[in-house]
Design a protein around this ligand. Structure first.
Ligand code: IDP
Ligand code: MG
Length: 148
């Protein structure tokens, strides 16, 4: 079983899309392992996006992610990292496949609604950064009908 880290970004929270977005992951069969609602500070934003520190959009990205509260969550399931990226869609909403979150709700790269880990190392780093050991392992009643 694999875990991945997701942020419902400030634009999605402000637009009242938290339930819609979490619902898409839940309906797919993914299982919650952790969740919190928080205002991200500058230090956490810079650590989370450290890989982009030299990019021209970095300042705007830090302003965006710290501008208003976010929902951070960890979800678990078979191939969770890849299936969440697939459900989220391509970075540029205009290039995201119809039916993905970014295509269904977004227009611009700098307001693309959701973050999701892009690989196993990133997922491990991000889960530790945002939640440490604060994850919940729990038996879900319908696990056997989703995980073979
Ligand atoms: P990802 O979120 O699909 O993994 P990354 O390339 O890792 O995309 O970029 C991280 C985030 O930085 C994007 O989701 C987007 O919010 C922002 N971003 C990336 N490229 C640009 C850009 O060219 N202009 C503005 N924002 C950008
Ligand atoms: Mg990324």
């Amino acid at each position: 079983m694999e875990r991945t880290f997701i942020i419902i970004k400030p634009d999605a929270v402000q637009r009242g899309l938290v339930g819609e977005i979490i619902g898409r992951f839940e309906r797919r069969g993914l299982k919650l392992s952790a969740m919190k609602f928080l205002q991200v500070d500058d230090a956490l934003a810079r650590q989370h996006y450290a890989v982009h520190a030299e990019r021209p959009f970095f300042g705007g990205l830090i302003s965006y992610i710290t501008s208003s509260p976010v929902v951070a969550l960890v979800m678990e399931g078979t191939n969770a990292i890849a299936v969440v990226r697939q459900t989220v869609g391509a970075t540029k909403p205009a290039e995201a496949a119809p039916g993905t979150i970014r295509a269904d709700f977004g227009l611009e790269i700098g307001r693309n609604l959701v973050h999701a880990s892009d690989g196993p190392e990133t997922a491990a780093f991000e889960i530790d950064l945002w939640f440490g050991d604060d994850l919940v392992a729990w038996p879900r009643a319908n696990d056997a009908w989703i995980f073979e």
